[in-house]
Ligand binder design. Structure first.
Ligand code: CA
Length: 550
């Protein structure tokens, strides 16, 4: 069932020189993790793990690429004091599967969650469980989204499923369920800080602070609701993408133009039904929301734009609310960092900032994620680790969400005692971000959910090229266009599919061979695994909320 790292690597030596290199250089890193001396409790670093939902790299100013967008000073502080990973990727760009990979160190086809319907197996080893067993005090607050109750935590309070932005319902480890008034980003931080103050101080701790923001439908807190009122954000060059040469992309259902809802997504309150999106609000919250959008909404309704002008209007409204949600996350990251400073904990605490995947901010005309194109394939990853990571460093090596388990466990002086796909990032962190010789030169991707009209596909990415393969074409046109090849250096926006270009025939062939070898390397050859939908069921008491009957 689970992959055997040793066996797979040995097999690769003869069949794929690149992975042979990974073995010769990568394995010592793993062995270092397995064999490192157990550190005494007092010396072991604490871990604060910030995890946001759909918070994309383009929205973080420390990433400094893409459009000029507002600053995120607190997340940037982590980059200034730590290391920013420029090429950090997920393996399946959607919430539940990416979260499961972060927890288990395994790609979707080996971790039990292949799509949004999956639930985390309560018996499966995860890094919080390993830390708890290894003497850490562990807690998680906020969005979990893996259906079964969190295990491996001394204490938890999580939202059920997506949860609500306003006045969210929390489910607590003591069995309690309670609605807490306020905005979810603020409330999650309140819960985390409360626990931090009363934790078991005889142990090192791992605290996961997991925000719902900035997931759709974007509802900023009242604190950020007035931000960016007069700002007109620059449009991405591909806002009006025609998808030429990319057959599957043209069949999307995630366009700002056609699929973003005026009421529930954009707060254009023109009917009573539109107001449903703020039903949970208190009268005061409701009043503030109506007032914040009233003037702009009235202007829109008096003279509604059409065509491209309507898309532009929607883009601006979308960006404002998305980035207001991001500003709320950033402000709350600042609250936690300030508390770590105040409590004298910053020096011996590793702070990780990341999100479950990237997101489109109008690129290709889209919102949402799912695709193996850069914006949604990338995951922000910033690590501050005083004494170990040089401040203000950036790492260009390709890293992936499979790497979190071995990294965190090595950092905590613990062994990874189950097989994982990932490699510890500690050598990258401790060596100024330099890419070690023989580091992986290919990452693997596979998305098999069906939402938003996104065709099921797989991909590999190297430092310079990307190859997409559409696993299950839905029509004749897609059947004829199953491959997409992009030159990332010369076409970073991925607009020119070179798969049918005769000049690139050799490149296509070599990338196809690499794709096949990579798929075999990760042992993703049992198609039944991807067919099983919701996957395994667990005893009813394992769930945060009992699952619906099938
Ligand atoms: Ca997500």
């Amino acid at each position: 069932m689970t992959i055997n790292v040793n066996k797979v690597n040995v097999m690769r030596i003869s069949s794929f020189s690149a992975f042979g290199l990974l073995l010769s250089f990568g394995m010592p890193f793993l062995l270092m993790g397995y064999g490192s001396t157990e550190l005494v409790a007092q010396e072991r670093p604490n871990i604060v793990f910030f995890f946001s939902d759909d918070l994309t790299t383009q929205a973080i100013s420390a990433y400094r690429y893409g459009l000029e967008l507002p600053p995120t000073p607190n997340i940037d502080r982590l980059a200034k004091e730590g290391m920013l990973f420029e090429n950090s990727f997920c393996g399946n760009s959607i919430c539940t599967p990416s979260r499961c990979t972060v927890m288990t160190g395994l790609h979707s086809h080996k971790n039990g969650i292949v799509n949004l319907s999956g639930a985390l197996d309560p018996q499966r080893p995860t890094w919080p469980k390993a830390l708890q067993k290894g003497g850490y005090s562990t807690a998680i607050f906020g969005k979990w989204h893996m259906k079964t109750k969190p295990t491996g935590f001394d204490e938890w309070a999580v939202l059920s499923g997506q949860g609500s932005y306003y006045n969210p319902d929390f489910f607590f480890s003591n069995g309690e369920g309670r609605r807490i008034e306020g905005h979810s980003t603020d409330v999650v931080t309140d819960l985390a800080l409360d626990w931090l103050g009363r934790r078991d101080k005889s142990k090192p701790f791992a605290l996961m602070v997991q925000h719902k923001a900035p997931h759709r439908n974007w509802k900023p807190s009242l604190r950020e609701l007035e931000l960016y009122g007069d700002i007109e954000f620059p449009e991405p060059p591909s806002l009006f993408d025609d998808y030429e040469g990319r057959v599957a992309a043209a069949s999307h259902k995630m366009g700002i133009d056609g699929h973003m809802r005026m009421g529930s997504d954009l707060m254009l309150f023109s009917t009573e039904k539109d107001m449903g999106v703020i039903n949970r609000f208190t009268p005061e919250q409701r009043k503030a929301y109506v007032a914040a959008f009233e003037k702009e909404n009235a202007a829109f309704l008096a003279d509604p734009p059409t065509g491209k002008e309507l898309v532009r209007w929607k883009y601006q409204r979308y960006m404002k609310n998305y980035l207001r949600c991001v500003a709320g996350v950033d402000r709350n990251v600042g609250r936690v960092l300030a508390e770590l400073d105040k409590a004298g904990l910053s020096k011996n605490t590793i702070v990780v900032y990341c999100a479950d995947q990237g997101f489109y901010l109008g690129e290709h005309g889209w919102f949402d994620k799912r695709w193996a194109y850069e914006e949604s394939l990338k995951m922000p990853l910033i690590v501050r680790w005083p004494g170990k990571v040089a401040p203000g460093t950036r790492c260009a090596a390709m890293v992936q969400n499979i790497d979190y388990v071995p990294t965190i466990l090595e950092a905590a002086g613990l062994s990874t005692n189950w097989d994982v796909h990932g490699i510890s990032l500690v050598p990258l962190l401790s060596q100024g971000g330099a890419t070690p010789n023989g580091w992986r030169d290919t990452i693997y991707y596979r998305y098999m959910d069906g939402g938003h009209g996104v065709a099921q596909h797989s991909a590999i990415r190297t430092n310079d090229f990307k190859l997409l393969y559409f696993d299950r074409p839905r029509n004749e046109a897609e059947e004829k266009s199953r491959w997409e090849l992009f030159d990332l250096k010369n076409d970073p926006q991925e607009l020119n599919n070179l798969a049918a270009d005769t000049i690139h025939a050799q490149k296509l062939k070599s990338m196809q061979a690499r794709f096949q070898t990579t798929r075999e390397f990760y042992d993703d050859t049992n198609e039944n695994v991807w067919q099983r939908g919701a996957g395994k069921r667990y005893p009813p008491e394992s769930y945060i909320r009992p699952p619906r009957k099938r």
